[in-house]
Design a protein around this ligand. Structure first.
Ligand code: S3P
Length: 439
């Protein structure tokens, strides 16, 4: 086990963050069913995206690395994937397993999906259930609600489906299944879940349409065009630097080349509403995704309420948002975020438990938090619970806590943000790593 040991201090300078995780997963999977070679520049190489890369290779797809570090995915066409000879290991990655369910349901072969003990606890019924309505044959633990899962490819037909929760993973699974189904698949989304799938598949020529909350998918009448994309920096990784820059006295941070897709940047809106000194410069469009540079410095923050449609646009940022809220004057309320309970950990419970150890004043709610601020945080031993985003949120808390904070079991940060410690140190953070072993 690796621990992070953090002392307070500012972050200063410029940095780029690793590439977007959601976009990298999609580029690998969608490139694999295109006709021809997809070129993915600046892919994310993290624990989670390595799971997707392993799966794509197990489905018979040749993926090579160019001298320039690009991934070249030799797509086999919509019907060219091969039956995997062994179980597809999704490791810790919820996106991998849920996207695959839709991707594999309409193939003409059998596949089995497995994952880590953390992933085996996460709900899959939300994907199994609508896919079965489309004619999919999926079995698994608890009637297909939990991994491991077995998928026997079958003939699918389109359905109209009202998503019960605004989940990009479920939406994507259904849109992918729709590419293999007879008739039209209509997904009705209750909130603005990230739309990378729609943008990317459309850029490949797939018949994906959106009208308001209605997104449709159907069988393409031509092959999919290979991708040629540069993956932008991950807003969800930039969020930790943004938070540290907004909170640690004396900071001034510029984060270059960050994806600022409107379905992802709810934290930016929340920070602005709180009075943060944050600005977005050098706005441009790259590969169908908006990209910009973010600059942040500390300012007096005031508590806000985040709820409704804003929640899905900052769902992965909520643990670090709560850290920010501990330093804002007054009450910050987070509502409508019950989804946090089924992430890598129950992020409502784990965030409250760990931040309270540092002295934060937080009430736990079934669907969120009430944070009273500002509070002085004091360093102590806290745990990531094996959750990458919690590990990094607690590291940010360590940068503003008095004394030394030890984040136990922090190596999981590399599930989404490889090199987190190195970038933090480059920006001047007093962050050491230490190995510990449990017997
Ligand atoms: C993701 C969607 C979100 C997000 C996850 C990545 C994606 O999950 O929390 O980190 O890439 O589609 P849900 O679809 O479960 O909301």
């Amino acid at each position: 086990m690796t621990d992070f040991i953090i002392s307070p201090g500012p972050l200063l300078g410029r940095a780029a963050v690793p590439a977007d995780k959601s976009i990298t997963h999609r580029a690998l999977l969608f490139g694999a069913i295109a006709d021809g070679v997809s070129r993915i520049r600046n892919p994310l190489r993290s624990g989670d995206t390595r799971a997707t890369l392993g799966v794509v290779r197990a489905l018979g797809v040749d993926v090579r690395e160019s001298d320039a570090g690009e991934l070249l995915v030799h797509g086999r066409g919509l019907h060219g994937l091969q039956e995997p000879e062994t179980v597809l290991d999704c490791i810790n990655s919820g996106t991998t397993v849920r996207l695959l369910m839709g991707y594999l349901a309409g193939q003409d072969f059998f596949s089995a999906l497995a994952g880590s003990s953390q992933l085996r606890k996460r709900p899959m019924g939300r994907v199994t259930e609508p896919l079965r309505r489309m004619g999919a044959h999926i079995d698994g633990r608890q009637g297909g609600k939990l991994l491991p899962l077995a998928i026997t490819g079958s003939r699918l037909h389109g359905i109209d489906y009202d998503l019960p929760v605004p989940s990009a993973q479920v939406k994507t699974a259904l849109l992918l299944a729709g590419l293999y189904a007879d008739g039209l698949t209509v997904v009705i989304e209750p909130g603005p879940a990230r739309d990378h799938t729609e943008r990317m598949l459309r850029s490949m020529g797939a018949p994906i349409q959106r009208k308001g909350k209605y997104i449709t998918s159907e069988r393409p009448n031509a092959s999919l065009t290979p991708l040629d994309i540069t993956v932008p920096g991950d807003f969800s990784s930039a969020a930790f630097l943004l938070a540290a820059g907004a909170l640690a006295p004396g900071s001034d941070v510029i984060i270059q080349g960050v994806g600022v897709n409107p379905t992802r940047r709810g934290l930016l809106d929340a920070l602005i509403a709180m009075g943060a000194a944050v600005q977005l410069d050098n706005w441009r469009e790259d590969g169908g995704e908006p990209v910009g540079d973010l600059r942040v410095r500390p300012a007096e923050l005031t508590g806000v309420t985040v709820q409704g449609d804003q929640i899905v646009t900052m769902i992965d940022e909520l643990p670090v948002f709560v850290v920010i809220a501990t330093q804002a004057r007054g009450e910050t309320i987070v509502r409508d975020a019950a989804e946090l309970r089924v992430k890598e950990t129950d992020r409502i419970a784990t965030t409250v438990t760990e931040l309270r150890k540092l002295g934060a004043d937080i009430e736990e709610r079934p669907d969120g938090f009430i944070v009273h601020g500002p509070t002085r945080l004091t360093g102590t031993h806290v745990s990531s619970h094996g959750d990458h985003r919690l590990a990094m949120a607690l590291t940010v808390a360590g940068l503003i806590a008095e004394g030394v904070t030890t984040v136990e079991d922090a190596a999981c940060a590399s599930d989404s943000f490889p090199g987190f410690e190195t970038i933090m140190r480059k920006l001047g953070a007093k962050l050491e790593t230490a190995g510990s072993r449990s017997f």
